[in-house]
Ligand binder design. Structure first.
Ligand code: PEP
Ligand code: MN
Length: 337
């Protein structure tokens, strides 16, 4: 349920209303925009007296929300959420490019790639330390040692780091990680989502391989309902019958999710296509669709990469792509990077 508050209301009246609602065992999401103040009521609102609320002086209107996701719903929070990650802002008219290898292979590899992508214009560094591989016999990542390498690369380059968590038991190792990624395969690992909801780390929530937009938003809701509102969504392609590409990039979800939610959304053209030569055109298409950022796999030697070489750009290809992105970002109203 949402309550729109009249513009000229006094703070005291609003405080009283908030206290009264909380007294009924409901939680409140207060969104104070430039022009409107909206109270989002979260919990079982079936017994709330809508007529009584409507009769209050400070109330402009009361609406029940049908969608099962509340915290993530734009109706409860009309303005874009902007998430600040060590000075890099996600959402609104900001644009970020996260780049780096699929997996952390060695210190030399990660620092070399980090320096190259930074020089090309990347604003954050990615790299997988814990890898969710289809085969248990494939390279599983360096684990804790991989995180140490990413932290070193952050110290050397100043780029904030993004890396995937596979299980809550590893959380202690993520203190110096700037964005914790929840991979597609874990999008519905509800216990993990709840635990991440009790941290204050920004979470990059990838869309599940076969998840609907509503299921994806409900996963965001799991994190947010525990208190952590810093969720960045990531479209990374969904599974369809098409097998010439690794997944099917669902770009239509970008403008649609922006209607449904106030959370920032970025696109991963690497996992979505699985083919390095599709990464640049899909990145530009994603910018056209309104994405708040991109996450792109870059490797110094793709044919010898331990994971996802076929979809990885070489640093010079990445630099070419960023040049093109810089031309189109102003056209879609995004700040330059
Ligand atoms: C990754 O980012 O390396 C990854 C495994 O992504 P996804 O979960 O989207 O497959
Ligand atoms: Mn990968």
């Amino acid at each position: 349920m949402i309550i729109v508050i009249k513009n000229n209301s006094e703070k005291k009246q609003l405080d009283n209303l908030v206290r009264w609602i909380e007294g009924q065992g409901l939680r409140i999401n207060l969104s104070k925009g430039e022009n409107t103040t909206v109270l989002g009521l979260i919990g079982d609102t079936t017994r709330v007296d809508v007529d009584l609320l409507n009769s209050l002086d400070i109330v402009e209107s009361v609406k029940r929300i049908q969608e099962p996701y509340k915290n993530a719903n734009r109706k409860l929070h009309p303005e874009d959420t902007i998430i600040d990650v060590a000075g890099r802002k996600f959402g609104g008219d900001n644009f970020q490019i996260i780049a780096g290898p699929c997996s952390v292979e060695s210190e030399k590899q990660v620092i070399g790639i980090a320096e190259a992508v930074k020089a090309a214009g990347a604003t954050l560094l990615r790299g997988g330390a814990f890898k969710p591989r289809t085969s248990p016999y494939a390279f599983q990542g360096l684990g804790d040692a991989g995180i140490d390498i990413l932290v070193k690369a952050k110290q050397e380059t100043g780029l904030p780091i993004v890396t995937e968590i596979m299980g809550a038991e590893h959380l202690d190792k993520f203190v110096d990680v700037d964005i914790i990624q929840v991979g597609a395969r874990n999008m519905q690992n509800f216990d993990l989502l709840k635990i991440l909801g009790r941290t204050d780390k920004p979470i990059l929530l990838k869309r599940g391989l076969a998840a609907t937009m509503e299921e994806w938003l409900m996963s965001a809701e799991y994190i947010m309902s525990e208190g952590n509102k810093k969720v960045i969504l990531c479209e990374r392609g969904i599974r369809t019958y098409e097998h010439y590409t690794r997944n099917t990039l669902d770009l239509s979800c970008v403008p649609l999710m922006k209607e449904l939610t106030h959370l920032p959304i970025i696109v991963d053209p690497s996992h979505a296509s699985g083919i390095s030569r599709l990464v640049a055109p899909m990145s530009m298409a994603a910018v056209g669709a309104g994405t708040d950022g991109l996450i792109i796999e870059v490797h110094n030697d793709p044919p010898h990469a331990l994971c996802d070489g076929a979809q990885s750009l070489r640093p010079e290809q990445f630099a070419e792509l960023v040049k093109k992105l810089r031309l189109i970002l102003p056209v879609v109203g995004k700040k330059e990077i």
